[in-house]
Ligand binder design. Structure first.
Ligand code: NAD
Ligand code: MG
Length: 394
């Protein structure tokens, strides 16, 4: 069997390291061609020494010398900077690019990979949130596979195997509800980032963990699902399922519903995307119905967690509005993680940024990049303003 040649963008993160576990367990199936990281030189070096890729990229140029020195004497080329990400994904022989980096930084390398005819295993949902229309048009034009890694989208994708996609009536994305499910706005006004980082069911990177606590993650996933499965936004519903066992559901024209179930373990959707369409035996822990005698479902609280409503609104407006939402969210989440902005203020700042940036109905890639930086600028200014107000009130 020909081995699949992989590039992993964001190899040192939560998804990246779990993908390397899958690769490590299946040495007869994969070859690692490229590994990249933002700034974790130490882990990138260790991974490069184990998997011997053709190239590594460290996005933070200040870490270049350290990586270069450690890999001198190996055949791995060392590159640095964001532009190098776009370059390495195009490498001859690469079959599949796993996009496991965080945020809109994923857009340009993903576009470059699609243009070079590479299949994509998409973890970086922000790429579709920011520029879904443009990305899906490129996927179509270049005839590549876009395979979801996000657990909900992998669930939908698995439910659709063998089905006519025109027969989908609606889909339900499940949400755990995060660590603050059932809490009031009064309670949320004072929660810290340490509390928000304690997710009940999943261990993930910091940004998506905060997004899960604010329900922005589900908002981003609604937009991601719209593009991946070609649905109208009104065909996508969200249901809170605190056990995180039912990973999502599809309802068909005849009313029949299919769901995909499993323990919350990202290695499963990662493996499915990397090995698609094959199902390959693994040693992951199996689900037990007896250990989970009860599944529950409830409505998300859209009044308390305003981000979900903001995401639907952004998608209804279309054009560059989801890009504004995403950029403002990236800013406020980073500031919240530094303790510089309150939990509830995050939605206010996102909403205000969505009102302040010019709307464009059909943006080009450059328009998206410009919208992204303008939105970051405005959201950052709003964070500073809200801090000053906070001091005055205090
Ligand atoms: P993480 O923070 O754990 O890891 C991110 C990786 O990307 C790291 O290797 C980091 O070095 C690199 N990176 C970060 N910013 C970068 C930049 N600007 N340029 C280049 N490289 C950069 O994140 P994660 O939790 O693994 O999430 C990765 C993506 O997968 C996100 O889009 C997230 O929404 C999505 N996702 C994650 C999970 C999960 O369980 N962790 C589940 C579903 C979807
Ligand atoms: Mg998800």
């Amino acid at each position: 069997m020909k081995k699949k040649q992989l590039a992993i963008l964001g190899a040192t993160g939560s998804i990246g390291t779990q993908a390397l576990e899958v690769v490590r367990a299946n040495p007869d199936r994969f070859v690692i061609q490229v590994l990249t990281a933002a700034a974790n030189a130490e882990l990138l070096i260790q991974q490069a020494l184990e998997f011997r890729p053709r190239a590594v990229v460290i996005a933070d140029e200040r870490k270049y010398a350290e990586v270069k020195k450690a890999l001198a004497g190996t055949s791995t080329a060392v590159l640095a900077g964001n532009a190098a990400l776009e370059e390495v994904v195009q490498g001859d022989g690469i079959d599949l690019v796993l996009t496991a980096l965080v945020g809109s930084a994923g857009l340009r390398p993903t576009v470059a990979a699609i243009r070079a005819g590479k299949d994509i295993a998409l973890a970086n949902k922000e790429t579709l949130v920011v520029a879904g229309q443009l990305v899906m048009a490129l996927v179509e034009k270049h005839g590549v596979n876009l395979l979801p890694v996000d657990s909900e989208h992998s669930a939908i994708f698995q439910c659709l195997v063998g089905e006519d996609s025109n027969s989908v009536e609606k889909i339900y994305l499940t949400a755990s509800g995060g660590p603050f499910r059932g809490k009031s706005r009064e309670y949320l006004a004072t929660v810290s980032h340490e509390q928000a980082l304690r997710h009940p069911n999943w261990v993930m990177g910091a940004k998506i963990t905060i997004d899960s606590a604010t329900l922005m993650n589900k908002g981003l996933e609604v937009i991601e699902a719209k593009w991946l499965f070609g649905l109208d936004i009104r065909q996508i519903d969200v249901v809170v399922h605190p056990q995180s066992i039912v990973h999502s559901l599809v309802q068909f024209a005849d009313g029949s519903i299919k769901a995909q179930l499993g323990l919350p373990d990202m290695r499963l959707p990662i493996q499915y995307a990397l090995m698609y369409p094959e199902r390959v035996k693994n040693s992951f822990k199996r689900f037990s119905f007896i250990a989970y005698p009860e599944f529950t479902f409830e409505q998300p609280d859209r009044q308390t967690f305003r981000n979900l409503a903001l995401a639907y609104h952004a998608m209804e407006r279309g054009g560059n509005v989801p890009c504004i939402l995403n950029a403002a969210n990236e800013v406020v989440v980073a500031e919240f993680l530094k303790g510089k902005v309150g939990f509830l203020q995050m939605s206010d700042i996102i909403e205000e940024t969505m009102q302040a940036v010019d709307h464009l109905p059909l943006p080009s890639l450059d328009d998206y990049m410009a919208t992204d930086s303008k939105s970051r600028e405005i959201a950052t200014a709003l964070v500073t303003k809200s801090k000053n107000l906070y001091h005055i009130v205090k």
